[in-house]
Ligand binder design. Structure first.
Ligand code: 3Y8
Ligand code: NAP
Length: 248
């Protein structure tokens, strides 16, 4: 019987859940690497060795898994990081390496919530309507240009880092802040900027939920963008479930 090698884990991170996963792996002394895409200037430090940057598509990831002797992949990326999740499923299938996704549940509306669910960014633009509105566009930086077709609105943006080039929206102002956010902070942001509607991704999780609770308290409407499709794969809803999978 060949000796069972201890696991060597690649943790695809960039979320609150990934940070919790990193702490559990570090506390258990698991040999693991935390991976960031390199989207932000100063990502939060992690209690694991960190690598930053893309792998170079499916082939690049498969080569990394082999070169680094990875035995398990935990995909704890954001539900909207669909390309990364697709690549991970493909690379692990090609490499015969087990994969699990640590994924948070989508947010569910409460009775009193005024939510409109839309399938994608263009659905969100359409849901805003023609009449000019004061919009909190809480979707980050990467997909702002989808709203350039609706310049009549006043946009409040929240970005992790100061923009390095002009924003694609003429009537926009940006606050620079990194979550997790608080309800009181988001309630103040919404009232100070006289926001009439929020556009957000159905990210789930606690790190971005504050604005939805603040919107509920202020009886503001929310346009919520559905998650993109990701392929079938094993999914865990808790760090403990992933640790059990790892020791299984
Ligand atoms: C680089 C790592 C932790 C992780 C914190 C979570 C919570 C706070 C809320 C709003 C919504 C948004 C955005 C958001 C949140 C957490 C989590 C989450 C939303 C950091 C981080 C990285 C990123 C990338 C960044 C995106 C952007 C999205 C801002 C670190 C802080 C809008 C998503 O400028 C850019 O290029 C930013 C890009 C992808 C979405 C976009 O398309 O612009 N996240 N966010 C990760 C990497 O390099 O691999 O810098 O430390 C992580 C977090 N952001 O450690 O507790 O878990 O979701 N991130 C969304 O959900 O809608 C903000 O403002 O209310
Ligand atoms: P994406 O569109 O799904 O991925 C695009 C490419 O970025 C991937 O193909 C990969 O490049 C690289 N990449 C993505 N995540 C990576 C990671 N964790 N480690 C190494 N490379 C990564 O990704 P995204 O939506 O831009 O998200 C990027 C990061 O931000 C992820 O860590 C995600 O968890 C975090 N995040 C995203 C959002 C969001 O709204 N999208 C919200 C919060 C946090 P190669 O093909 O070259 O390997």
């Amino acid at each position: 019987m060949p000796p069972v090698l201890p696991p060597r884990v690649l943790l695809l991170g960039g979320t609150t859940e990934a940070a919790r996963m990193a702490r559990a792996l570090a506390e258990d002394g698991v040999d693991a690497v935390y991976s960031y895409a390199g989207r932000t200037e100063n990502p939060v430090a992690q209690p694991l060795p960190v690598r930053i940057g893309g792998f170079g598509g499916v082939e690049g990831l498969a080569a990394y898994l082999k070169a680094e002797g990875i035995t398990h992949l935990i995909d704890a990326t954001h539900p909207f990081a669909a390309q990364m999740s697709r690549n991970a499923v493909e690379a692990c299938a090609a490499s015969g390496i087990p994969l699990i996704a640590l994924e948070r549940e989508p947010w569910q509306a409460a009775e009193c919530d005024r939510w409109t669910h839309v399938p994608d960014l263009s659905g969100a633009v359409a849901a805003l309507g023609e009449a000019p509105r004061r919009v909190f566009l809480a979707i980050g930086r990467q997909t702002l240009d989808a709203f350039a077709v609706a310049p009549q609105h006043h946009y409040l943006l929240r970005l992790v880092d100061p923009p390095t080039e002009p924003l694609p929206l003429s009537r926009a102002e940006a606050v620079i802040a990194r979550g997790p956010f608080t309800v009181e902070g988001d309630r103040k942001l919404l009232t100070d900027h006289r926001i009439e509607v929020i556009v957000a991704k159905n990210a789930g999780g606690a790190g971005a939920e504050a604005k939805l609770v603040a919107a509920r308290e202020l009886a503001l409407p929310v346009i919520l963008i559905d998650r993109p499709w990701v392929p079938e794969r094993p999914v865990a809803r808790s760090v403990q479930a992933v640790m059990a999978w790892l020791s299984g």
